[in-house]
Design a protein around this ligand. Structure first.
Ligand code: HEM
Length: 182
């Protein structure tokens, strides 16, 4: 079984039931009632109503100290008490991709403090980042978060903080999909 390439399948059946779906920026995607995440391959697949493909990849911007801290406190997906999830596909603009690696890192970490802010919400929020840009997908990233109902307000606070940053001014498509485990 492949453990790095996943299909997120929007359909009318699946492990996660959609509770809301909002296109915050850019074009929306077809509404679905359920999403399932399945191990896959690079072969184009036509499953469900839509399929978004993502790859678990190496870190791009995280330095050793942050990496060690993250590994020490972050939780895995699949905790039984984490019955809520968010699936947020994101695309960044050409202006972002035209920047050099060090300029992108400066915006994410020095100016927007992405990791520093996110770290405050660990281990309550479990997260996984999937890369899609290099495989010709409509989004650059597929982000997935799982949390317990008691941490739902904290998750909103985190999103509000990140969406106000300079980093987010480069986001040109973002769909916010909320889910509950069936
Ligand atoms: C990337 C941490 C929440 C969206 C990253 C990276 C880290 C990180 C360390 C850099 C990975 C690398 O080195 O390549 C966290 C932590 C969070 C959190 C600790 C706390 C839960 C979020 C949220 C969103 C988000 C709520 C919004 C949907 C992203 C995206 C990237 C990213 C799109 C890729 C950015 C890029 O490569 O341009 N995150 N994050 N993160 N995160 Fe977060």
């Amino acid at each position: 079984m492949n453990t790095t390439i996943f299909d997120f399948v929007g359909d009318n059946v699946g492990e996660w039931k959609v509770t809301s779906m909002i296109a915050l920026k850019g074009e929306s995607i077809e509404p679905v009632s359920h999403i399932k995440k399945i191990s896959s391959s690079l072969v184009p697949s036509n499953k469900g109503i839509w399929t978004l493909k993502g790859i678990v990849s190496n870190l791009r911007y995280t330095e050793k100290e942050d990496k060690d801290n993250l590994v020490a406190i972050q939780e895995d997906l699949g905790r039984s008490e984490a019955t809520l999830a968010a699936f947020i596909p994101i695309r960044k603009s050409e202006a972002w991709w035209n920047l050099a690696q060090d300029e992108r890192r400066k915006i994410m970490e020095n100016k927007s403090q992405h990791t520093q802010t996110g770290m405050k919400y660990l281990p309550a929020i479990a997260r996984k980042l999937f890369h899609s840009r290099d495989i010709g997908e409509p989004f650059d990233f597929l982000t997935w978060f799982e949390y317990a109902p008691a941490d739902a307000a904290a998750f909103e606070e985190l999103l509000n903080a990140l969406r106000k940053t300079e980093e987010w001014s480069y986001v040109d498509r973002e769909i916010d999909i909320r889910l509950v485990r069936m």
